[in-house]
Design a protein around this ligand. Sequence first.
Ligand code: SF4
Length: 310
Amino acid sequence: MSKPEFWNNEKRYYDLKSFFINTFGCKVYKIQIDAGFTCPNRDGKIATGGCIYCNGKGSALREQGPLPSVADQITTGKALYRRMRDAKKFIAYFQTFTNTYGPIEHLKSLYDEALAQDDIVGMSVGTRPDCVPDEVLDLFEEYAQSHHVWLEYGLQSIHDKTLKVINRGHDSETYCDAVHRTADRDINICTHIIIGLPGEACEDTIKTAERVASLPVNGIKIHLLLALRGTGLGDMYEAGKITLPTKEEYVATVCDILEILPPDMVIQRLTADGYRDIYLAPDWGRNKLDVLNTIDRELKRRDSWQGKRF
Ligand code: SF4
């Protein structure tokens, strides 16, 4: 038994870069967009405090003043990538807050604007599983007939007890229902999970991954829990009320998870980064490249790869 050949890569997991090259024949770059959305877990519709790890600020762009249009953000993003690399194709990545939270006409105008730009081959839209009514999914189903479309669902944990602790404002059943309604419409699904959540042991995170692996999910982002200044979690960390995983614990859990995921599930992220101005802990998490290299070394040491125990 060895790693799947269809990955066409040198890695021990099916990374997003390889998936795009296999799908489009070239590298595809995601351009981050802040389209001015809010979040129902912050604006009072569900709650006001938000998830305990969320700093609630949105993108750096938002802090600089009025947001440029979606088209202008894409033009800027393309220019940046083209300066650095041989970039020809792009995905519009609606990243900030809950990007399906608004009247359907408003959503359609933003997505239409993105998909109308040159060299945009599709879009990836980050949202919550409780913000995708059928009319929104019907809209995505239409886009998916002519474009490459992903919906990214924040789940974080399959355990309702943890979802309460972190103040997610939805339960696991809501996530499973959203996944099934999305998969029925042939839209790609990416799920975000977090390692190191308060009250969770490694086994709990693995149970989350097992559940995700059992569902029609096409991609996953595995995040490291970051303690950020100005968040509820940051306060808990500074008060000594929580401990965060060590690098060794984190890497071992990531590898355990990769082993039980389907070989064709696209690994879109294996750690977390950014937030330099408000970053508190864990200190080792600041070096993303080191974390990724350590994961590679651990998989090699185990003579293992994504899906080996699926
Ligand atoms: S759902 Fe996302 S944007 Fe909303 S509070 Fe949680 S982390 Fe922040």
